[in-house]
Design a protein around this ligand. Structure first.
Ligand code: XLS
Ligand code: NI
Ligand code: NI
Length: 443
């Protein structure tokens, strides 16, 4: 903090749009022009960016082998609650200067835990009051809140899937409060990420019991949501592993199957993090597309991994091709609201300048804005959709195809059809043609 003001990011002015800026002018948007209308809506409505509190304001640059490398000006006062308040002020200065309209948080990022649940909740309430004031002053909104059910040792064997009902109850008490404070901040969604809802060994685990318990837990959350009048969307964030060997919310299709089985599919949507999708062995865009096609894509933790590493590196998405794939799906479903693009990303441990926090977010926002522009062209042209539709034309244009889609065809009928019509034609899948055309839209 400078001696004369309450400013933490001294010397950094609000980031502006300037498409003419030179390549080395990094504190400027070259693509993200928040009010520019694209396909009938301002860019900020298509993109709904959020800064995440945990990485960006609680990240300290430590890894499994090394000590913290970051030296943040808001972490200096020595008193835990004072630090939490300074940090919150720094965060709102950051959101405002960057020009994002949303933030996301865990209960434990924003306020320190106390010795007892009463003290923990008191700390949280005090910080939430300050957050409310800062929201009022700045107009910044809360995209979603969540509870940290993975860091405290009490959750080492899981939270809602813990073999001990006492731990299950603790997790419920924590989520109850986290939902209430998210509601108080006007949160538009509430996220469940089950970092320890999984197993380390099948030998000591009753998987069916644990999944039944997880469903019971989520049902209670739905009930509590109604009880407190919270109208935000509940979201589940899939991840295949890490920290557990196997996480039950493995990927989008697994989560949708689980929700359907337990009758929870009307109450939840998914928050997809592409770095988790790639850890599950899928293409970057796979889960985003999978759940969107079932009307279940609620929000995106827009980050990326590193293909040569394979764990959750939570990097800023800087790859135009990846962002374009995501925006292609987001445009096709008409937007993400009330969800958004949350930067669940951290600057590298070696990126120790305060400026790096801005550069990282600006770069990712510009990448998504450029992807939006490119994919808006692809969407408007319709050529791509027509090419895909043509591959399935037999289902619209032939009697047999129409009957299959209507669910009225039988095996006998199809058998008779083949006897009469013989071998189908060998039709090219034309993958390379689709790839070339996609690349031309990225030009
Ligand atoms: C971890 C998750 C986590 C959730 C919120 O891998 O991405 O950060 O988004 O608990
Ligand atoms: Ni995430
Ligand atoms: Ni993650």
């Amino acid at each position: 903090m400078s001696a004369t003001s309450n400013e933490f990011f001294v010397g950094i002015k609000p980031i502006e749009y300037n498409p003419q800026a030179s390549v080395d002018d990094l504190l400027v948007f070259k693509q993200y022009n928040q009010d520019e209308i694209i396909l009938g809506k301002p860019m900020h409505e298509w993109l709904r960016f959020a800064v995440c509190y945990w990485h960006t304001f609680r990240g300290i640059g430590a890894d499994m082998f090394g000590a913290p490398t970051f030296d943040r000006p808001w972490d200096q006062s020595g008193n835990e609650m004072q630090i939490a308040k300074d940090r919150l002020r720094a965060a709102f200065e950051f959101f405002t200067k960057l020009g994002v309209k949303y933030f996301t948080f865990h209960d434990r990022d924003i306020a320190p835990a106390g010795e007892t649940i009463e003290q923990t909740e008191k700390n949280l309430d005090e910080i939430i009051q300050l957050a409310k004031e800062l929201q009022k002053q700045t107009g910044i909104k809360c995209l979603w809140g969540t509870a940290n059910l993975f860091a405290d040792p009490r959750y080492m064997n899981g939270a809602a899937t813990n073999p001990d009902a006492h731990v299950f109850a603790y997790a419920a008490a924590q989520v109850k409060k986290a939902m209430e404070v998210t509601h108080e901040l006007g949160g538009e969604n509430y996220v469940f990420w089950g970092g320890r809802e999984g197993y380390m060994s099948l030998l000591n685990t009753d998987v069916r019991k644990e999944l039944d318990h997880l469903a019971a837990f989520l049902r209670m959350a739905v009930e509590h949501k109604k009880k407190i009048g919270f109208t935000g969307q509940l979201l589940i964030e899939p991840k295949p592993k890490e920290p557990t060997k196997h996480q039950y919310d493995y990927d989008a299709q697994t989560v949708m199957g689980f929700l359907n089985y337990y009758g929870l599919n009307k109450d939840f949507k998914l928050n997809i993090e592409p770095n988790h999708t790639t850890m599950a062995g899928h293409a970057y865009e796979h889960d985003v597309e999978m759940c969107s096609r079932y009307g279940m894509l609620g929000s995106i933790d827009s980050n990326t991994g590193d293909s040569s590493l394979g764990w959750d590196t939570d990097q800023f998405p800087m790859n135009l091709r990846d962002c374009a794939f995501v925006m292609k799906t987001v445009i096709a479903q008409g937007g993400l609201a009330p969800g958004g693009l949350n930067f669940d990303c951290k600057v590298r441990r070696e990126s120790t300048n305060l400026q790096d926090m801005f550069i990282a977010h600006i770069g990712a926002m510009d990448c998504f804005a450029l992807a939006l522009r490119k994919m808006a062209r692809l969407f408007e042209d319709k050529k791509y959709d027509i090419l895909v539709q043509q591959r399935y034309a037999s289902y619209n244009e032939t009697d047999i195809g129409k009957k299959i889609e209507a669910g009225t065809a039988t095996f006998e009928e199809l058998h008779a059809f083949i006897k009469k019509n013989g071998e189908p034609a060998k039709t090219s899948g034309e993958q390379e043609k689709f790839e070339v055309i996609f690349n031309r839209y990225l030009d």
